[in-house]
Each structure stands twice: as structure tokens, then as C-alpha cells.
Design a protein around this ligand. Structure first.
Ligand code: URA
Length: 235
């Protein structure tokens, strides 16, 4: 079995686990979990906030109005839903589309990190504040960070992360829609860009540091006149 096939099988197993997840109270009110959908080998992954009403009924991400806008913007950069993988921070719908709670995000985030590990994207676009703050580990709001790629370790790999406005915000405000469109236009070049070498892990840094402290100190450099740089001593 190829590496890609093995990863796909693991993703199917993960899907089954998520579909019966009861790690937070949202399982009591959801209709279906929304694992995510698309290409399991995608170079490009989108992470939204949480399923809405339509997503909860269908068990699929971004199938409402915001999803339609996402599809349009993908087409504008020469891609389709089949080329990318789309999922959310939360796999279950919060009642009345309220904001995700910190405990719900904490309970759900291991599923997302596993998805990134198995799909192995090169570029992860975070849609809106919740996905951006979670995946960048930085509380700075989306308005200040959007459109500027960052490099992060995610799911054990180095990825480019591109924070974007949430398509639902773009539907509400035409100026936001134009900014989202402009940021989308930068995605193809980012997909082509070489990823930086993985950063060393904390354990690797400790290892390297202990090797430096353990190494014997080099002998003191002899004085220049002992080396005969200026001719034989006494000559
Ligand atoms: N908004 C999201 O963040 N995710 C969806 O799946 C749909 C709307």
C-alpha cells in the first residue's frame, strides 16, 4: 500500500471516530457531524469556523451562501472544490450559530491537527478569526493579519498559513469581499513557493545544546610569534 493510500485509510478511520464524537455538549444538539470534504491529498486546505444550519443537515462543509462564494473565488484562481480540502475548527454546529466556546475548540482541535497531519497540505488558509487565532497561536484579529502568509509547524509539518476573511463577512460587506478576492489571488503563487526546511523540535534543540556544552573546549590558540608567521624565531 502506498503512503497516500495508507493516509487515506487513516483519514477514513478518523472520519468514523469524529462522526460519533461526544467530547463536548454540541453532540446533543447537532444533526450530523461535519468532518470536512474534498481532496484527501490536497496541497491547499481551508479551515472555517463551524458548521451552520445547512452544513449540519447535510454533514458537509460550506454548502450554504458562504460556501457558494468560496466556490466562486476558487474558480477565479483556476481551482475547484475537488482540488482542495475544506473543514472547520468545530465539527459540530453550535446552537443558533453562536460563537464556538473555548472548551469546544479545545475538545475539537485534535481532530483538526490529525486532518492536517494526514492530508499533508502545503498551504492552509484560515477563514476568519477563530481558525486564524487557533492555528497561528496568536490572538491578533483577522483584519490585521489577513493576506500575509506565515510559516508554521502544524500536524508535525511546516506549512504556509494564509489568514483570510471569512466568506460570511465578505457577504455582509462589499469592501471585505474585494479584499478576500485580492487575497485569494495570491494563493497560486504561494502554492508554487518552496517551503522552508522544518524547524528543529524543542527536543532537537536541547540535544544540540547539550552536545555544545559537552564538547571539549578547543586548545588555546598559540601566540602569533610561536607560529613563525614572521619568519623563524630569532631569524
Ligand atoms: N461557515 C463556516 O465557518 N463553516 C461552514 O462550514 C459553513 C459556514
Amino acid at each position: 500500500m502506498s503512503g497516500a493510500e495508507a493516509r487515506r485509510e487513516e483519514l477514513v478511520a478518523l472520519y468514523k471516530e469524529v462522526s460519533v464524537c461526544e467530547k463536548c455538549v454540541l453532540h446533543e444538539t447537532r444533526s450530523k457531524t461535519v468532518f470536512g470534504a474534498g481532496n484527501a491529498d490536497a496541497d491547499l486546505m481551508f479551515v472555517g469556523e463551524a458548521p451552520g444550519a445547512e452544513e449540519d443537515l447535510q454533514g458537509l462543509p460550506f454548502v450554504g451562501r458562504a460556501g457558494k462564494l468560496l466556490n466562486e473565488m476558487l474558480v477565479e484562481i483556476g481551482l475547484s472544490r475537488e482540488d482542495v480540502f475544506i473543514c472547520n475548527v468545530l465539527k459540530s454546529r453550535p446552537p443558533n450559530n453562536r460563537d464556538p466556546l473555548p472548551g469546544e475548540i479545545a475538545a475539537c482541535e485534535p481532530w483538526l491537527f490529525e486532518q492536517v497531519r494526514l492530508i499533508e497540505p502545503r498551504v492552509v488558509c484560515t477563514l476568519g478569526n477563530f481558525a486564524t487565532k487557533l492555528l497561528t497561536g496568536n490572538p491578533t484579529g483577522i483584519t490585521r493579519v489577513r493576506g500575509v502568509p506565515q510559516t508554521h509547524e502544524l500536524g508535525g509539518r511546516t506549512v504556509f498559513m494564509l489568514p483570510l476573511f471569512h466568506p460570511a463577512a465578505a457577504l455582509r460587506t462589499p469592501a471585505v469581499k474585494e479584499q478576500l478576492r485580492a487575497d485569494f489571488a495570491t494563493i497560486p503563487a504561494l502554492l508554487e513557493k518552496a517551503l522552508p526546511a522544518p524547524m528543529p523540535s524543542a527536543a532537537e534543540i536541547d540535544e544540540a545544546e547539550s552536545r555544545v556544552t559537552e564538547a571539549p573546549s578547543p586548545p588555546e590558540a598559540p601566540a602569533a610569534d610561536q607560529l613563525g608567521f614572521f619568519g623563524e624565531p630569532g631569524s
